[in-house]
Design a protein around this ligand. Structure first.
Ligand SMILES: O=c1ccn([C@@H]2O[C@H](COP(=O)(O)O)[C@@H](O)[C@H]2O)c(=O)[nH]1
Length: 238
């Protein structure tokens, strides 16, 4: 889990994923399946990727009442994913229920999937948070607050931007996972992301894992793009 570069395979069909993975010549990857793909293909896409030897982050960002989240997580654990998530805004009781559901759904002797909570989406600015969510504090304080609640609920970490990771590790310990999307090569298009950073910066400050989608999936040569980003992240000099 730690030091992984997770590729967000944001495609609509298994066929598109299969053709994307052909660029990687059998390399074992850490892949993120999001709503777009899961809602089209269902649990069988996870089974397919696991059978190919990949690790899977199922990014469904659950946010519902505790009983519903418990039952959904119980089912998700039985599909065999490695990492799942909820929205921290669902509250501490809901996050506890998520963890308990995962424990209940994990086979005896198996590993419970890691569970992390989304703090503030990396597409949100501080200005938007204050205006639209009526959270009258700094974005950093809001993220730290959600991270603290997540840890108290027994979760393994959070989804946050690279910029908040240092404060989270300082307060909650470096073992508490910071999974960071919003990662872009220097001077590239940030698209709908707002709180962005380069892989090099993420690596230099000890972020637990980074998530990158479009800079790899939409590249002319996805494998080359992945290798370059991986080297930047791991501090390998060209
Ligand atoms: O705060 C969040 C939480 C999740 N995401 C997801 O990560 C990827 C990022 O893709 P890019 O193409 O690299 O922007 C995407 O699947 C999001 O759903 C996030 O970006 N921010």
């Amino acid at each position: 889990m730690k030091d992984s570069l997770i590729i967000a395979v944001d495609f609509s069909t298994k066929k598109e994923v299969e053709s994307f993975l052909q660029h990687f010549k059998g390399e074992k990857l850490f892949l993120k399946v999001g709503m777009e793909l899961f809602y089209q293909e269902g649990p069988r896409i996870v089974t397919f990727l696991k059978e190919q030897g990949h690790q899977v982050f199922l990014d469904l960002k659950l946010h519902d009442i505790p009983n519903t989240v418990y039952r959904a997580m119980k089912g998700i654990a039985s599909i065999g994913v490695d990492l799942v998530n909820v929205h921290a805004a669902g509250g501490q009781e809901m996050m506890q229920a998520a963890r308990e559901g995962l424990e209940a759904g994990t086979n005896v002797g198996g590993n419970r999937p890691y569970c992390v909570a989304v703090t503030q989406l990396t597409s949100t600015t501080e200005e938007q948070m204050i205006k639209e969510q009526l959270i009258n504090t700094s974005l950093e304080d809001s993220v730290l607050h959600y991270a603290t609640l997540s840890k108290e609920a027994g979760l393994d970490g959070v989804v946050c931007s690279v910029h908040e990771s240092v404060y989270i590790h300082k307060k909650l310990g470096s073992e508490f996972l910071t999974i960071c999307p919003g990662v872009r090569p220097a001077n590239s298009d940030i698209q709908d992301q707002k709180r962005v950073a380069t892989p090099t910066f993420a690596g230099s400050i000890g972020v637990s894992a980074i998530v990158i989608g479009r800079p790899i999936t939409q590249a002319t040569n996805p494998f080359e793009s992945y290798q370059l980003l991986l080297n930047d992240w791991r501090g390998v000099k060209a």
